[in-house]
Ligand binder design. Structure first.
Ligand code: GTP
Ligand code: MG
Length: 198
């Protein structure tokens, strides 16, 4: 599948301000700076549809993007970045939790993790709570362009082995780079399969 048209639809400060749940949607979540907004741009073949920044904490609202008039991509604020001011940080928790627990049309929550960084406790805690609550997740490793082949293989295998200490099986896993577009085709095909189930 290829995305033909992508446009900004709406920013929401609360889950109940989000658009009607009348079509499938796919949200991107993960620690600040992991590359959520960049991956959305890469999937849409657009440079700055979703705002990116080298300073963590750029995305602070729930941002819906209309894709081909048929489904939504959703850019969520990052979590777990200490330098975000306390007041802003305090709004991340409930905003994300409300969004995830209320959206009936959320087909998959893509949890992004930086392929260069060892497993972080906050990611594990977050993923475990999603699995416990029956939220359909997929794991998306980001920034693979920054690793050489050996680091890539070592890091990915180690991460998956660690997850299997907690889980019997892995959710779908994707390996992506917004820079060289690795994995974007696979992600879009996965979304296409889920769209067909809507
Ligand atoms: P918040 O909105 O702050 O939570 O961050 P985010 O997860 O949306 O990250 P964002 O997409 O803004 O990217 C953060 C930084 O990482 C930017 O400087 C991006 O250019 C860079 N980046 C993101 N994805 C990639 C990638 O695949 N490869 C490389 N080399 N850099 C990336
Ligand atoms: Mg962002």
């Amino acid at each position: 599948m290829q995305i033909l048209s992508a446009q900004f639809h709406k920013s929401s400060a609360k889950a109940n301000q989000c658009p009607k749940e009348d079509r499938p949607e796919y949200a991107f979540i993960g620690r600040s700076n992991v590359g959520k907004s960049s991956l959305i741009n890469s999937l849409c073949n657009r440079k700055s549809l979703a705002k990116t920044s080298s300073t963590p904490g750029k995305t602070q609202l729930i941002n819906h993007f209309d894709i081909d008039g048929k489904w939504f991509l959703v850019d969520l604020p990052g979590f777990g970045y200490a330098k975000v001011s306390k007041t802003i940080r305090a709004t991340f928790g409930p905003l994300i939790t409300d969004y995830i627990s209320s959206r009936k049309n959320l087909m998959c929550l893509f949890v992004l993790v930086d392929s260069r960084i060892p497993m972080q406790e906050i990611d594990l805690v977050f993923m475990n709570s999603m699995v416990d609550n029956g939220v359909p997740i997929a794991i998306v490793f980001t920034k693979t362009d920054k690793l050489n082949k050996t680091e890539y293989n070592t890091n990915m295998e180690k991460y998956k082995a660690q997850l299997l200490e907690y889980w019997e099986e892995l959710p779908p896993v994707f390996y992506t780079s917004s820079k060289n577009k690795e994995g974007t085709g696979e992600l879009l095909n996965f979304i296409e399969e889920l769209n067909a189930k809507w």
